[in-house]
Design a protein around this ligand. Structure first.
Ligand code: HPA
Length: 273
């Protein structure tokens, strides 16, 4: 058996008896949404550290566990804390949790993150519906022997972000009076923030926001045929757009401030998926 596949299966086998239901939605919580589970009807929790061979995140604010619960009537598995490539894990480990949640039965992957805004019309604290992405600055998680159990060798990437899910999110944002922009998200590896010249390059390439996650997870989920959607919380203007240096604390502070509206948008959207 393929070693990467075997590892996901082992993780699944080690927790399958503790999973309370077949989740419909797999929700990845980015910075600021960490406390989202407080609003859920929680049925079970599994610490990442309890899962054999599972990559455990080392970033402050990303302490990790799977939380199983209902958002309104929808069974959801939530990732509190994700694994980032910059932590030093192989890219196959970065997408292992995504693959594991699909193995649990999740059909929809809802990705959230904090990002730096490149589009000059975005303010700090605004929300961007991810319409498409730029992946070429991060390693592709499908490199290596193809895992047939997950999907095909050359997956189509024309519509990674599901159009119907996008419509639902747009509609819910409008109903709730939450301003929502739409754009292209680029993933770089981090952990250093970008230089102003890199931001200029990304702008020329058509990126509206930049971050250090999400795209590789979307590629792995798309490979497995999941329906995918994503919302980015623009925590700061990207490097060079203001005179301020960027800090992780500033990103966390801005995301925490935006969290109540973010939570509402996520909840209303999931309830209508
Ligand atoms: N760059 C990369 N990642 C980020 C940023 C940024 O400016 N803000 C939040 N995550």
């Amino acid at each position: 058996m393929n070693q990467v596949y075997e590892k996901v299966v082992k993780c699944y086998e080690s927790i399958k008896d503790r999973i309370p239901f077949k989740p419909k939605v797999a929700l990845v919580l980015g910075s600021g949404l960490g406390n989202y589970a407080d609003t859920m009807d929680v049925k079970a929790e599994i610490d990442y550290s309890e899962i054999e061979q599972f990559p455990v995140s080392t970033v402050p604010g990303h302490a990790g566990k799977f939380i199983f619960g209902y958002v309104k009537d929808v069974p959801v598995v939530c990732m509190k804390g994700r694994v980032h490539y910059y932590e030093g894990y192989p890219i196959s480990d970065v997408v292992l949790p995504t693959r594991l949640m699909k193995m649990m039965g999740a059909e929809i992957l809802f990705l959230t993150n904090a990002s730096g805004g490149i589009n000059p019309s975005y303010g700090a604290g605004s929300f961007m519906l991810i319409k498409d992405h730029i992946s070429c600055f991060a390693p592709n998680p499908l490199i290596g022997e193809n895992i047939e159990e997950f999907g095909c060798r050359f997956p189509d990437m024309s519509t990674v972000y599901d159009r119907d899910l996008q419509s639902t999110i747009r509609k819910k944002a409008e109903e709730c009076g939450i301003p929502l922009t739409e754009g292209i998200y680029a993933q770089l590896t981090g952990p250093s923030f970008e230089s102003p010249a890199e931001i200029q390059m990304l702008r020329i390439l058509g990126a509206d926001a930049v971050g250090m996650s999400t795209v590789v997870e979307a590629i792995a989920a798309n490979h497995m045929g999941m329906r995918i959607c994503g919302i980015s919380c623009v925590a700061n203007l990207a490097a060079g757009m203001t005179d301020q240096p960027l800090t992780h604390e500033e990103v966390q502070e801005a995301s925490n401030k935006a969290a109540p509206l973010f939570r509402q948008l996520v909840t209303e959207s999931i309830a209508s998926f």
